[in-house]
Design a protein around this ligand. Structure first.
Ligand code: FAD
Ligand code: SF4
Ligand code: SF4
Length: 341
């Protein structure tokens, strides 16, 4: 009987576990679900296809699945390989346990970019500045007629905040923040049609089919192509310094949203690579050294690179399918061996 260890109980780990494999999820936080548990619906007058509905009843389904065991507030502290199996030492709340597994899926996700790049703006010292996670929470907790305590006059978004910059060791595009922020801006315009909404951007990823920039402009959302030079404050109010075709400007906004993206947890990934024989890529995400079908160590979700919800689900399903194929291959080999004898 295969017994698979899944490191990380976020969307990727939970999706892989739901594929009918006998497995144990080791999740370091108190509950399964990862980042998406804190995200909100981005529909305005209609669904904006943010992907969240695709999660469906996953969390309840795997809690009810007899094939899936869960160890929350737990982490892998040692791992060795013998006779084609993995001996794994797990630290749980009630002490250390040792278990044997046939395969491993590493689904440790990404780091909350607020920690990596948000420069502490999540703190209560900056009530009018929000990182991506705070924006998601705002959407999740919105009431039917309000998002903010009072109608704002002006809102700014700074795209690529902490992404596409060598300074933050993140030269890549995080893939998801154009989509979540512009969908959120549509929601803001639905609640507050008179509010000025400005995006400071370098590039707009394809989000919807058709000319998305035109669709947003038609809703009164303005785009300024530049990377702002500085954020300062007048009391609690954020002031953005930037330069456009007319020269240098400084504008005060009621709220400022920083489009924080997907960052690798470099320390966490280095520790996981040491344990499992995976490698840390130049980007800081995890990669394969050898074929997973040979090593029995697989990756799923944002451990590999930035991706949205639908791609994370597809990645985890693909990983589970590879693992099931390996199981069938091993069974066939055993059967063939048995016939030869
Ligand atoms: C601000 C923001 C908004 C977003 N909004 C959208 C959106 O609207 N639509 C969309 O499609 N995508 C969105 N995304 C992308 C989405 O968050 C990811 O696609 C998804 O979270 C990936 O899931 P994951 O399981 O790979 O990673 P995670 O959600 O990071 O889950 C990883 C899990 O592994 C655990 N873990 C990590 N290391 C260990 C370890 N060593 N041992 C045990 N457990 C461990 C973590 O605690 C976590 O529970 C957004 C991303 C950001 C940053
Ligand atoms: S959660 Fe996302 S996919 Fe679901 S209804 Fe809302 S906008 Fe649409
Ligand atoms: S998804 Fe958009 S905001 Fe995010 S890094 Fe890429 S271009 Fe920048």
């Amino acid at each position: 009987m295969k017994n698979v260890l899944i490191i990380g109980g976020g969307l990727a780990g939970c999706t892989a576990s739901s594929a009918g494999i006998h497995c144990c999820i080791v999740e370091q936080s108190r509950d399964i679900g990862g980042k998406v548990r804190g995200y909100g619906c981005k529909s305005d007058l209609k669904c904006n296809n943010c992907g969240l509905c695709a999660v469906g009843s996953l969390w309840d389904d795997i809690r009810a699945d007899a094939n899936v065991r869960m160890l929350c507030s737990a982490s892998v502290i040692d791992l060795s390989q013998a006779d084609g199996e993995f001996d794994v030492l797990i630290q749980t709340e009630s002490g250390k346990i040792e278990e044997h597994f046939t395969e491993i899926i590493v689904a440790a996700g990404f780091q909350d970019a607020a920690q990596a790049a948000g420069a502490g703006y999540d703190s209560s010292d900056f009530p009018r500045v929000c990182t991506g996670n705070a924006l998601e929470l705002l959407l999740k907790e919105r009431s039917i007629d309000s998002l903010f305590p009072e109608q704002p006059d002006s809102i700014a978004f700074i795209m690529c905040y902490g992404s596409r910059t060598l300074k933050e060791r993140a030269a890549y595009c995080s893939q998801v923040c154009c989509a979540y922020s512009t969908r959120a801006a549509k929601v803001m315009k639905q609640y507050y049609p008179g509010t000025e909404v400005v995006f400071f951007y370098m590039d707009l990823q394809a989000v919807n089919p058709g000319n998305y920039a035109e669709e947003l402009a038609a809703r009164g959302i303005r785009f300024e192509r530049c990377r702002p030079a500085e954020i300062s404050f007048e009391g609690n109010y954020p002031v953005v310094a930037y330069e456009d075709a007319e020269g240098k400007k400084q504008t005060r906004f009621d709220y400022l949203f920083l489009n924080t993206g997907i960052h690798p947890d470099i320390a966490g990934n280095t520790a996981l690579a040491d344990l499992t024989g995976l490698k840390v890529e130049r980007s800081g995400f995890l990669g394969y050294v050898s074929e997973p079908l040979e090593t029995g160590v697989y990756l799923a979700g944002c451990s590999r690179f930035p991706m949205g919800i639908l791609d994370t689900i597809a990645s985890a399903r693909n990983t589970a399918a590879m693992l099931i194929n390996r199981e069938e291959r091993d069974n066939n080999r055993e059967n063939e061996g048995g016939r030869v004898q």
